[in-house]
Design a protein around this ligand. Sequence first.
Ligand SMILES: [Zn+2]
Length: 643
Amino acid sequence: GHDWDIFNINDVCNLHDPSPPFCFLHSHQKSTRNSILGDQYRWPTTIPYYLEDSLEMNAKGVILKAFDQYRLKTCIDFTPWSGEENYISVYKGSGCFSSVGNQHVGKQRLSIGSNCDRLGTVEHEFLHALGFWHEQSRADRDDYVNIVWDHIQPDKKHNFKTYDDTLSSALGVPYDYGSVMHYSKTSFNVGSEPSIVPRIPHFMDVIGQRMGFSASDLTKVNRLYRCTKSSTFVDSCDFELENICGMIQGPGEAKWEKRSSVSGGPPTDFSNMGQCEGKGFFMHFSTASAAPGGRALLESRWLYPKPGAQCLQFFLHNSGAADDVLNVWVREDDLVNPKLKLFKSISGGVMGSWELHNINLNVTRKARVVFEGVRGTGPSTGGFSLDDINLSSSKCPQHIWHIRNITRLLATTPNGEKVYSPRFLSPAGYSFQVNERYLATYFYLTSGPNDHGLKWPCPWQQVTMALMDQQSDIRQQINMHRMVTTDPHKMLTDGTEYYWDDPRKVGYKVTASDGSFYYRGPGTGTSSFLTHSRLKSRNFIKGDDAFFLFSLEDISHLLESWPLVRTAVQAEDSLVKAADQGAPRGAAGNPAAVTAVVGCVAAMAVLVVSMVMARNAWEKRRRRESDEVVIIQDMPWFIEVSV
Ligand SMILES: [Zn+2]
């Protein structure tokens, strides 16, 4: 398949208003008069949205997942439109594009077209809608990148303009090569030569990432919208600080200790892998020194998650006895019934390495998370170690695929040979599997124990495949996501069978070395999940290990058309609004004047009103034309490939 790592900009400049690249200003710095994106271009922090029928099912699921990223990492939330004056209506246009900022047009459309159904791309388009331009449009960009004008398609050169910095502000954030809003090195280029060359060569392969928000992207959103908290983030702890994030020890003799290494393992923490001197701590309960039956409690501070589903993620290193147990409890603030609720008991498992655990909690009020280590009776030379704990108000990924020694695997796996994950079961009962082939990632339905009772072809199950960025704080993780939805109408290329039919019917037999077998259906995914240089960026690999997170979810409820809310009223509203905002303000455009005329001669009033209407319509048209100029068009990143 052909992979796109470029994106297009049709035009980013409003002809009526030479808009600055970063069109927002600190209110204390400058009047917003010169800026297309002053306060009036902001959305409320909870943005009403509408998903139009034209959207692909996979795109709908991806959009909702992108909203979850906003909820976790910013104070921006999204709510289904229920008649609010202005809202974002998402549809499938010819590409990925958006206007910049809240245009106050009532229904403001944003397009997620073919191949735009990627998490980073949706985040990018919504950043435009929130009021952000491309990173390399910043006034100071010439200090950081060279624009190679000779290598740019002649009719696209306008996309590389800069603007007077009296008109723009980057919200005090330094130039960010890693922004999800930055062009790639080959955007609008001719041939294969780069059109943008970072002045620091290291960033050549960094620019153009579409994995997700960079730290600076988040700083800018949070500054522009004056965010103080996000709606779903609850807590994160890497145990680097002396106060251990406000955690407390329970009563009893056995205690958890803050350590940087343990002779029985682990030799280092997980966050830093021992690479930073004087840093790199974790909490350890030594079962080597505890008496049999000894218990040690480590309790979080009081936390205030949103009621409902929460995901507790942490890394656990077990070097203790086979019968040592780690219990994960929740202590809710309930005076009537103040007992602990057990959510998970972990014993044995993979020993001697840092392992990721995801535990779904269900807390309805203020609560503490409690880690209880229990000493067994078997011989122990180590114990339990905890690091990089995160709690958020969201569902956990369903499955984890831990790939060890991935560098060696990538180096030694011949191109073309695939590495398959174990088979997993979705909540609905579908069996599936993912493979890796030199960073190409594909999803397959496989035969499983429930197949006789399942619907075939498999309808509207969406898989989320994420390569985890093993950053300590979940808010700073830029996981690489890929999502695929099973369309039950999709046919195999020869047109004889349904693509997502029972793998026993459309798949082939896979025999394991022990003689057991199963069936694997056709796969769908992407041939370049991630480039090698991007794989080495961030913390996708830590200690030479990588973690894939998978979920397979039923999204058939997204098939239904969304109810339209008071559309007629909406149309009238926007007509009046267009008049209110029309630039020339003559008597004819003044509602007070219109009222006066109505009081005099009714017939005349009708005439005047229709003139007003005509003017409104003209204004609306003009506005729409000028809006088209500020709509930012992006090219999709990947082309879907099937194998
Ligand atoms: Zn864009």
